[in-house]
Design a protein around this ligand. Structure first.
Ligand code: SF4
Ligand code: SF4
Length: 466
């Protein structure tokens, strides 16, 4: 794409609305995505302990709540696994179906689509908007443009606020936000997200896909001749003597074929509906986000002509050449296996995460103390993390260190639900002749007396001697 092509048409790009199966799929995904994003913070969830918000990322409390799943700061590697899963899933899907993520799921696509919908609702469809663009500023133009930007700003603000609601109680934060008593971080988040949403979805629009998004740059390396992409069937559309408008006898397909003309009636509708303003008939281009709206547009024209659909369709380069599309390639299988393993690992890791975690860290200054009666004392900080939503009580003992004694800083090892208890344990041992300088392995045994977890936990440790 030349610089002129990239810059010139976009300023007044006014895509036309279109109806069809891919438009319906996109609308369905948009509504579902918006419902999840905007409504989720308002859903309440009963918990024995903790907030009653279904999804809440509680930074000060270092807890992340997702329905019945409570994640702690140390579970952050799940996020890493989730990001890895998202990446390999994206690669897997891209090798199969091209840029479906861009066309259907990307935030930029979803928000630009919603902004375009507002624009259309206020100003009318393509022709009316082009007319409004050209007309001089008057009351009508000021009212329509002003209302469009006002609604854009409102949606952008609600987007920013909805994001902030995931990080605190939704009802309190909203009330605080509108009464000026919310934390400054909320106002900061809303201002930043409102501004970026307004600018990227309202002003930059397709420029983000064309010039700012790195994904559009490197995805081409994931494409091959078997990747299913939105394609114009050049042979069918152009024939041997090119496309031509359906005037007079050229409305008849058989006559067109006789004259060597293809099925493209050069109506330009596929270009008019394109949200990035490209002409798919020029072949695969970096600006194509594979939204498939040009398929809907062209299918409508084919229906009107009474001809077979699919002049523009999802197909591979091999498919266009009349060859068989090979879906299962080595690379696709590799990404598929990586996706499967990442999913299994994440599910297994979450399902098997321990509800009771115990550590015993030896206090190193000093490593040991020689008591007045000759015994050696080592001290340990035992940390009991009760991750269940029930209160629990435990006893702590030592094993593997004959005749040793343990003194605990507190005797009642009761831990509240979803809480941690730290206790100092002093272990005293009488050294036997010849044991000087030898260290001993032993273990702590934490036995639950009350609570959800019933199995004892063994914590291996060392005892140091002079
Ligand atoms: S060319 Fe077709 S699939 Fe590509 S962005 Fe434009 S309308 Fe969407
Ligand atoms: S919509 Fe179909 S018939 Fe019309 S110009 Fe595009 S490819 Fe040709």
């Amino acid at each position: 794409m030349s610089i002129e092509q990239a810059i010139q048409p976009k300023a007044s790009l006014q895509p036309r609305s279109v109806e069809g199966r891919f438009r319906n799929i996109k609308t369905g995904i948009l509504l579902l995505g918006y419902a999840v994003f905007f409504l989720m913070p308002w859903i309440r969830w009963e918990r024995a302990v903790g907030p009653d918000q279904a999804i809440l990322f509680d930074i000060p409390g270092r807890r992340y709540y997702m329905f019945d799943l409570v994640m702690h700061a140390q579970d952050i590697f799940w996020l890493t696994a989730l990001l890895f899963l998202a990446a390999v899933l994206l690669f897997f899907v891209t090798t199969l179906f091209g840029r479906v993520f861009c066309g259907y799921f990307c935030f930029q696509t979803l928000w630009t689509d919603a902004f375009r919908w507002i624009e259309r609702w206020v100003q009318g469809d393509r022709v009316a908007r082009l007319r409004l663009d050209k007309q001089p500023w008057n009351v009508e133009k000021i009212r329509k443009i002003g209302l469009t930007h006002g609604l854009w700003l409102l949606l952008a603000m609600w987007t920013g606020l909805s994001f902030a609601l995931y990080w605190g109680d939704a009802f309190e934060l909203t009330a605080g936000f509108f009464t000026g008593t919310a934390p400054s971080a909320v106002y900061g988040t809303v201002i930043i997200l409102m501004t970026t949403t307004y600018l990227t979805a309202g002003w930059a629009k397709e420029y983000v896909c064309l010039h700012m998004c790195p994904y559009s740059r490197f995805q081409s390396v994931m494409f091959d001749q078997d990747t299913m992409i939105v394609s114009y069937d050049m042979n069918r559309g152009e024939g041997t003597t090119g496309r031509v408008k359906p005037v007079k006898e050229l409305r008849d397909q058989a006559f067109r074929q006789e004259k060597g003309h293809g099925d493209c009636v050069d109506c330009g509708l596929c270009v008019q509906v394109c949200p990035t303003g490209i002409d798919i008939r020029n072949g695969l281009q970096i600006g194509c986000i594979h939204c498939a709206l040009c398929i809907d547009a062209c299918d409508g024209i084919m229906d009107k002509q009474g001809w077979k659909r699919g002049l523009i369709r999802y197909t591979s380069e091999h498919g266009l050449e009349g060859k068989k599309t090979k879906i299962l390639k080595l690379r696709t299988v590799g990404y598929g296996i990586a996706t499967l393993f990442a999913t299994i690992y994440l599910v297994w890791s979450i399902a098997s995460s321990k509800q009771l975690e115990v550590t015993a860290v030896q206090i190193r200054s000093p490593l040991y103390v020689t008591l007045s009666d000759g015994r050696i004392q080592n001290s340990y900080e035992v940390k009991i993390n009760n991750k269940t939503m029930e209160a629990a009580r435990y006893t702590l003992a030592i094993e593997g260190l004959p005749k040793a004694e343990m003194e605990l800083q507190i005797n009642d090892l009761s831990v509240k639900p979803d809480s941690t208890l730290r206790v100092l344990a002093k272990v005293r041992y009488t050294m036997q002749p010849g044991e000087a300088g030898k260290n001993h392995d032993f273990q702590f045994r934490l036995t639950p007396l009350e609570g959800k977890v019933k199995e004892p936990v063994i914590i291996p440790s060392h005892f140091m001697t002079p």
